[in-house]
Design a protein. Structure first.
Length: 90
């Protein structure tokens, strides 16, 4: 395995790692690896999201909530539902 030395770690960061390692019953080295892996996973997920042209579930929900109740249609609810069902494909 490769080794990595990290210098100039702020005392507050070191204390947080120490506290987490105690809570999780890990060595500080193991806890630091877990934190790095978690951060890298989140970074990759966020980067993938930026390049995928997809919006988050929260944004989709907010858009649908703003649109709800704004649709003008002269048809009855029954007719709209029938139209939806008749236009579905397999």
């Amino acid at each position: 395995m490769a080794r990595l030395t990290i210098r100039n770690i702020p005392e507050s960061v070191l204390e947080q790692i120490k506290t987490l390692s105690q809570l999780e019953r890990r060595s500080m080295n193991s806890q630091t690896l877990v934190l790095l892996e978690t951060a890298l996973h989140a970074y990759r997920r966020d980067a993938d999201m930026e390049h995928s042209n997809q919006i988050s579930t929260e944004t989709q929900t907010a858009v649908w909530e703003r649109l709800s109740g704004e649709w003008d249609d002269e048809r009855s609810t029954k007719d709209i539902i029938a139209d939806i069902y008749s236009n579905r494909t397999n």
